[in-house]
Write a protein that binds this ligand. Structure first.
Ligand code: FE2
Ligand code: FE2
Length: 278
């Protein structure tokens, strides 16, 4: 079991930021903006999936997973809140989120089904976010030139994604979720997630008038397909999910722990804010 701390991030997202806030790079700003748009709805979906499945477990299993699930829910709820503030700025910039309505319509089709389907989707997406998070922490230069508060937000979210990457997966195993469903959903999530991300990124770039600029596509090739690029360097981790003996902890997350230790001044543990019971 992982001991998950809920942290309140000490940054102010009220002041506006530049449209090309990611170091003046149109492509990476558009990708990060697209991801942020997907978080408030997506992370609520993860919270609901985890909560619904933990209720299905036998009491002794519930007791074993309860503390970690509580930490997971606290972390994802905090991410949602921060990204909603970030997304308010994007809205003011005129960007339109088409991803959330699409995701909502799709997830409606799951209603009334075994909650382990939603949990398999959550575990699959959490593997994606953990891959992205570990990649970003290993390549912090991607955020060079971004304002410190925005760098902090993305690194903090990445560190916590890496920190809680086992939770949904372990819960799925505890709920006797099948291996076949797990890999089937991962394949579908891969298709849907990458298509949605690409569509929203293109929409964002078009809005900014950056879609047909050579510099945008050069940046896309470098960030996605370069030797250390997001897609190319994560291919082995993506493939690993199909192995029967896969577990998220097989991929080390030292960078997440190090970032959290080095940046402790940037957040407050939420539990420490509560007055001691008398
Ligand atoms: Fe998150
Ligand atoms: Fe997560």
């Amino acid at each position: 079991m992982t001991d998950l701390v809920v942290r309140r991030l000490l940054i102010d997202l009220k002041p506006p930021f530049a449209r090309d806030w990611c170091g003046g790079d149109a492509f990476s700003s558009a990708v990060f903006n697209a991801l942020s748009m997907s978080f408030p709805y997506g992370e609520q979906f993860f919270i609901d999936a985890v909560r619904d499945t933990v209720d299905m477990l036998a009491p002794e299993l519930q007791a074993r997973h309860k503390a970690e699930v509580k930490g997971f829910i606290g972390q994802e709820a905090t991410h949602r809140r921060i990204h909603a503030l970030f997304n308010e700025q994007l809205e003011r910039q005129g960007l339109v989120d088409h991803w959330t309505p699409r995701a909502m319509a799709r997830m409606k089709t799951l209603e009334g089904n075994d909650p382990r389907h939603a949990l398999a989707i959550t575990a699959a997406t959490e593997h994606f976010t953990a891959m992205f998070a570990d990649w970003l922490l290993a390549h912090p230069q991607v955020l060079d030139g971004a304002e410190p508060r925005l760098r902090t937000m993305w690194f903090w979210h990445s560190a916590e994604e890496s920190e809680h990457k086992n939770t949904a997966f372990d819960l799925y195993a505890a709920a006797a979720g099948s291996q076949a469903w797990r890999t089937r959903w991962f394949r579908r999530v891969t298709m849907i997630f990458l298509t949605d991300l690409a569509r929203q990124t293109v929409t964002n770039l078009r809005h900014e008038g950056q879609l047909w600029k050579l510099s945008t596509w050069r940046s896309a090739a470098r960030i996605l397909l370069g030797r250390d690029g997001l897609l190319r360097s994560n291919l082995p981790s993506w493939r690993a999910y199909f192995r029967a003996d896969f577990h998220p902890s097989q991929h080390d997350s030292d960078l997440a722990g190090r970032w959290l230790a080095d940046n402790a001044a940037m957040f407050e543990p939420v539990n420490a804010l509560r007055p001691a019971a008398s």
